[in-house]
Design a binder for this molecule. Structure first.
Ligand code: NAD
Ligand code: UDP
Ligand code: UDP
Length: 316
């Protein structure tokens, strides 16, 4: 039977669609009735993240590295491809920068050719170790250009530059989201990020490894809230280009997080202190007034509810 295309349904490309955030976005956009093309080189992404979507006739997967040109026809493009955890992005730092820079150029070239709207998954890391607190979009950041985190931070900063130059030079419809720490099901158990590390350690009865004194702060957003913000940004009027902070302004120390995880898992694990990684930001909390104003968005899921769902996933 020939399936007629509903005029409100779009063909949407998600690079990095087999990753943690990308797979949730694929699911959300398929639920809305769109056609989704997931492009991923499976560097950190996993087939199991998207296996449940494969039977859907509106879902397609292509193994491809976005550092190389890609010719497909789409209406919208979410550029998520890039390893995101420090362990993964520091494993092959040159490839990390290439993915942000060459990959963005290719995806911007594609969006330009087919006149598609394009959204970039940028990051709070563009603020580096911030000297302004909380971080608002007007802050230019405090980034080490030659450190171990620079391949990620500077790559993402250059990608933002490219997005705004394609916008100014070629009138591309762009959206830039600065995503703050996000957690939830499908995080990788061994990618070194703090929420997955603590939950796995607590469930296995191992010591929770707090780096430094644990007094550094972060603000954690549950994945469903973040995806809602991203979809709202994509659907916002053309003059809303961003950058827009997306995250939950619920700042707490890493030590507090460890204590919460131990309590919620009912674990007997202890906390141990280990060396703080180089260039680890001291504090991070998004100012989300712009997202509230332009997207009528703010996170709804409490830390406790989000952690419970994530713990249930890791138990499974
Ligand atoms: P992830 O590692 O789970 O997903 C990244 C995906 O991109 C993986 O599936 C990987 O295989 C793919 N990929 C990497 N390089 C590629 C390439 N050259 N070509 C094609 N595919 C490639 O990470 P995530 O947490 O889902 O992050 C997704 C995006 O969101 C990233 O761009 C990341 O920088 C950004 N982000 C995430 C967070 C967070 O807290 N998770 C915070 C800020 C920004
Ligand atoms: N590109 C792509 N897919 C397309 C169109 C372009 O991958 O559908 C790549 C192309 O290989 C080029 C890059 O995007 O290297 C930038 O394209 P643009 O048109 O901006 O620049 P130019 O081709 O003039 O260098
Ligand atoms: N962290 C920690 N123990 C761990 C993993 C991370 O104390 O087992 C700390 C890390 O040093 C940082 C914070 O938790 O201060 C968040 O780390 P993550 O890698 O999750 O995110 P990012 O540093 O990129 O914000």
């Amino acid at each position: 039977m020939i399936q007629m295309k509903n005029s409100s349904n779009k063909r949407i490309l998600i690079t990095g669609g087999a990753g943690f955030l990308g797979s949730h976005l694929c699911e959300r956009l398929l639920d809305e009735g769109h056609e989704v093309l997931c492009v991923d080189n499976f560097y950190t992404g996993r087939r199991m993240n998207i296996a449940h979507l494969l039977p859907n006739p509106r879902f397609e997967v292509m193994r491809h590295d976005i550092c190389f040109p890609l010719y497909v026809e789409v209406d919208e493009l979410y550029n998520f491809a890039c390893p995101a955890s420090p362990i993964h992005y520091q494993f092959d730092p040159v490839q990390t920068t290439k993915t942000s820079v060459h990959g963005s150029i290719n995806m911007l070239g594609l969006a330009k050719r087919v006149k598609a709207k394009i959204l970039q998954a940028s990051t709070s890391e563009v603020y580096g170790d911030p000297t302004t607190h909380p971080q608002h979009e007007g802050y230019w950041g405090n980034v080490n250009p030659i450190g171990v985190r620079s391949c990620y931070d500077e790559g993402k900063r250059c990608a933002e530059t490219l997005f705004f130059d394609y916008h100014r030079q070629h009138q591309l419809k762009i959206k830039v989201a600065r995503i703050f720490n996000t957690y939830g099901p499908r995080m990788y158990p061994n990618d070194g990020r703090v929420v997955s590390n603590f939950i796995v350690q607590a469930l296995q009865g191992e010591d929770l490894t707090v780096y430094g004194s644990g007094q550094q702060t972060r603000s954690f957003c549950y994945v469903d809230d973040l995806i809602e913000g991203l979809v709202r940004l994509m659907n916002s009027p053309d003059d809303v280009t961003g950058p827009v902070n997306l995250g939950k302004p619920n700042e707490f120390t890493i030590l507090e997080l460890a204590e919460r995880v131990i309590k919620l898992t009912g674990s007997r694990s202890k906390i141990v202190f280990q060396t703080l990684p180089y260039d680890d930001p001291h504090q991070r909390r998004p100012d989300i007034s712009l997202a509230k104003e332009k997207l009528d968005w703010e996170p709804k899921v409490s830390l406790e509810a989000g952690l419970k769902k994530t713990i249930a996933y890791f138990k499974g």
